[in-house]
Design a protein around this ligand. Structure first.
Ligand code: SF4
Ligand code: MG
Length: 348
């Protein structure tokens, strides 16, 4: 298998005051070269935790991570901290959902991005090397020019002024653009984006998404994006994973998710997109995401599922594959069982 990113058997738990929280389990996912993949699920479904575990941000207690994460044949979980930092910001670009905490307030945008352009990661080690070499001349001028170009590409207003501004002097949308520019500076092979723009108001969010769609289309870059918005996933991705209660419950090529949604949760998500169903929230899903310290038995979706029966409550449902690219984790598909339709879901 020559997937660029290949994750198997990933599980993440946290030791806490309320006991052990089993937040993510049995996650298998892959991103092929040049492929744009999204993980879709509600807030609290474990998608941020999944990407953080993939990028090595959860390698310390109280988090407990298990499973294999391979990037271009390298076992990411076996890399030293230094090797990992070389990779992050260079071959692996990250855009987080919080543009406030992701930029260092004491350095200008230009200082931070030039640092990334020259030394890879935006971590403190990179900043230190920047401080040591800040007067190194022409190389630095070239890096600054590259940063300016990238700021123009992300449609930053007035790049020449922004490059010498501190993050606190920028709007939320401008900070998000700066982070996207930073993630793209070294033309990463894989961009991992956690709900980019979702902390901003709707108009700015939309602009950030169309910007991302453009910069992705212009590059032969692989992308793993997470979002709570199925419409966004449809706009941007080749393939979709649906996550519920820390488990991948369905995956399929993007259009197949919409024409042939197999999991009751996916059907509920689709039914709750007003533009697609024509009926605002008609088939929407009642209830909320499970507690991770005391999750529902069997299928974690059973308290919210219109089809739940005793089997669903007693044992975790099996996975059924549909060809190479699609699968669903639901008892209704065992032995080629029916694909319940969205209309059927809405009638209940
Ligand atoms: Fe619903 Fe049962 Fe399928 Fe879970 S396994 S999604 S409860 S039908
Ligand atoms: Mg999140």
């Amino acid at each position: 298998d020559d997937a660029l990113l290949d994750v198997s058997g990933l599980s993440v738990g946290f030791e806490g005051f309320d006991g052990y929280a089993d937040v993510v389990g049995d996650v298998d996912l892959h991103v092929e070269r040049g492929e744009v993949v999204t993980i879709v699920g509600e807030t609290g479904c474990g998608k941020s935790v999944t990407t953080k575990a993939i990028t090595g941000l959860l390698d310390e207690p109280p988090a407990h991570v298990e499973g294999d994460v391979e990037f271009d044949g390298m076992d990411l979980r076996e890399l030293s901290e230094a090797e990992r930092e070389d990779l992050n910001g260079d071959r692996l670009g990250m855009v987080s959902q919080n543009p406030l905490s992701s930029l260092n307030p004491v350095f200008t945008v230009g200082e931070q991005l030039t640092d990334t352009a020259q030394f890879g990661g935006s971590d403190d080690a990179g900043l230190l090397s920047y401080l040591r070499r800040r007067h190194s001349g022409s190389e630095r001028a070239a890096a600054r020019e590259r940063v300016l170009e990238m700021l123009r590409e992300v449609q930053m207003p007035d790049p020449e002024a922004v490059i010498d501004s501190y993050p606190s002097e920028l709007s939320g949308g401008m900070r998000q653009r700066a982070l996207i520019a930073q993630a793209l500076l070294n033309e990463p092979d894989l961009l991992i984006a956690d709900e980019p723009g979702s902390a901003l108001d709707v108009t700015v969010h939309d602009r950030i998404l169309s910007l991302l769609t453009d910069v992705i289309a212009e590059r032969d870059m692989s992308v793993l994006m997470i979002t709570h918005n199925l419409g966004v996933a449809r706009q941007i991705s080749d393939r979709i994973y649906i996550m519920y209660g820390g488990r991948i419950v369905e995956s399929a090529p993007t259009e197949e998710i919409f024409t042939e949604a197999r999991h009751p949760y996916t059907q509920g998500l689709i039914a709750s997109i007003p533009r697609l169903s024509g009926e605002p929230m008609a088939g929407g899903i009642d209830g909320s995401v499970p507690e991770y310290t005391d999750p529902p038995s069997g299928c974690r979706f059973h308290p919210r599922c219109p089809y739940a029966d005793d089997d669903c409550r007693s044992a975790a449902p099996p996975r059924t594959d549909f060809g190479e690219e699609a699968h669903a984790v639901c008892v209704r598909h065992v032995d080629g069982g029916p694909t319940p339709t969205i209309a059927e879901t809405k009638r209940r």
